[in-house]
Design a protein around this ligand. Structure first.
Ligand code: FAD
Length: 450
């Protein structure tokens, strides 16, 4: 297959990484991106400025030899820093091993780094301001609107990969040919990004090595650190209702809401009202579709195939893992048709699983973390991991620090949850945990946990 041409639509995080993988395999890659070059224009305002990078995302970056560069722009987050209504904080480590941390990284910087690396392969051509509008599968032609020239153009392709995100034009074109599943399920909650600047002396206003969470039941606020000492703060709330983006519609309501719920963060958010009323409100949805490909001509990858809600911090990580999965399928066959089908077979059950886990994690982050039983279970899970390092890896760790298929992590996680629930029944504190019961249950479930 190498030395052939391939077209990608979408030069976001996943498309630009995929271009590098394909170039390294010898392909000539043309990447069409609807937006201007983000290395020359600031286009990130208020839209998911930073993200959590974890093991599954690091592995592909390492495979293309970029981790030395990426390391310079990432910040470790060792656990959750929970903020209660009174402003008291408590820290909960994500894992119990030194390397079990996740990293905050700027979307813009990472994307720029990937675009540079793609160009440096000498085999990738980037076409900015090219919005894909239509795919003509009979003629193997893509129709673009060239925003710089203000004209429509037709470009021929042999194979096209849609890495064009959750609103994918390529997905629409594939599903017009054949459609077994086409679900775009809104969460009913949205998000707003706010800025917590560095303090006057350039330092972080809160502990830098944590992902901060203000869990408040139906809604929550989180904050991730940036290299310049600031935090990007994200408020997640329902779209409608008393406490919602619709309901909080004036500066006085916003202030009262923050005084009642996030009082410790209020003095650290000098531009709260400006950010809240001027930054876009981002919507959140889960996309599930089938098929992911059309004949030997087109394939979907990343959010275009499986957009998920951001609460497990896995959308980009999963999309990066897709790239490795596609390379494995290409190793196994020379036929595009087979490659596309085996890719979907490999990845779809896993992207479905992480989609479910991500929704469940929203409930955990905004609500369950407030339950003392939750902390008891986390503590017990760590103890069991210490006793059975190969057999009892807590679900969060399986997703964030390991590379086992998401679907397997989900399946094992269910068994773990049953064990943990049994062990904390009627228990009011860590001293009363019955470790012998926990060990017995682990032994009894050895085959399902393995
Ligand atoms: C608030 C928020 C927080 C998140 N946090 C995390 C996190 O912590 N960790 C994590 O792993 N993931 C996170 N995610 C998810 C992550 O952002 C996505 O999974 C990731 O960006 C997917 O990459 P992608 O390249 O597939 O799609 P995108 O990043 O959406 O890129 C698609 C690209 O295609 C271009 N495009 C779209 N349509 C067309 C067209 N018709 N023609 C040409 N080009 C087109 C777009 O301009 C864009 O550049 C978060 C998402 C949100 C919203």
């Amino acid at each position: 297959m190498s030395d052939r041409e391939i077209s990608l639509v979408g030069a976001g995080l996943v498309g630009s990484l995929l271009a590098i993988f394909l170039a390294k395999r010898g392909f000539q890659v043309s990447v069409y991106e609807r937006r201007p070059d983000l290395r020359q224009t600031d286009i990130s305002a208020g839209k998911s400025i930073n993200l959590a990078l974890a093991n599954r995302g690091i592995f592909p970056l390492d495979q293309v030899g970029l981790m030395d560069q990426v390391q310079k722009i990432m910040l470790p987050m060792r656990g959750r820093m929970l903020h209660d209504e009174q402003g008291q904080t408590s820290f909960q480590a994500y894992g119990q091993k030194e390397h079990e941390v996740i990293y905050s990284i700027s979307r813009g910087q990472l994307n720029a780094l990937l675009l540079d690396a793609a160009e440096q392969t000498g085999r990738v051509k980037l076409f900015f301001n090219h919005r894909c509008q239509k795919v003509d599968f009979a003629k193997n032609q893509l129709e673009f609107f060239d925003g710089a020239k203000g004209e429509t153009k037709l470009i021929s392709f042999e194979q096209v990969i849609g890495s064009d995100g959750s609103g994918s034009a390529i997905r629409k074109a594939i599903l017009e040919q054949a459609c077994e599943q086409n679900s775009e399920e809104p969460l009913g909650h949205s998000y707003k990004e706010l800025c917590m600047p560095a303090s006057a002396d350039g330092r972080f206003a809160m502990e830098a090595d944590a992902l901060h969470i203000w869990p408040r039941g139906e809604y929550m606020q989180i904050a991730l650190p940036n290299l310049d000492g600031s935090f990007t703060v994200t408020l997640f709330m329902p779209n409608k209702g008393e406490v919602s983006f619709e309901g909080i519609d004036s500066a006085s309501k916003l202030r009262a809401f923050y005084e009642a719920n996030f009082s410790d963060s209020l003095p650290l958010l000098p531009s709260l009202a400006d950010d809240y009323f001027n930054n876009p409100t981002g919507s959140l949805m889960t996309v599930r579709c089938k098929p992911w490909s059309y004949q030997n001509k087109a394939l979907l990858l990343g959010d275009a195939a499986h957009a998920i809600v951001p609460f497990h911090g896995q959308g980009m990580n999963c999309g990066f893992e897709d790239c490795v999965g596609l390379m494995e399928c290409m190793d196994a066959s020379d036929s595009w048709d087979e490659v596309f089908k085996s890719f979907e077979h490999l990845r779809k059950p896993n992207s479905d699983a992480i989609a479910d886990l991500a929704i469940a994690n929203y409930v955990e982050m905004r609500n369950t973390v407030r339950d003392p039983k939750f902390h008891l279970k986390k503590q017990l899970a760590f103890q069991l991991e210490g006793l059975y390092p190969e057999l009892f890896i807590p679900q969060y760790s399986m997703v964030m620090f390991h590379r086992m298929p998401y679907a397997r992590a989900q399946q094992i996680g269910r068994v773990q949850e049953q064990i943990l629930n049994r062990c904390v029944e009627g228990v009011d504190g860590p001293d009363n945990l019955d470790l012998s019961l926990a060990r017995r249950l682990v032994e009894e479930n050895r085959s399902s946990l393995n």
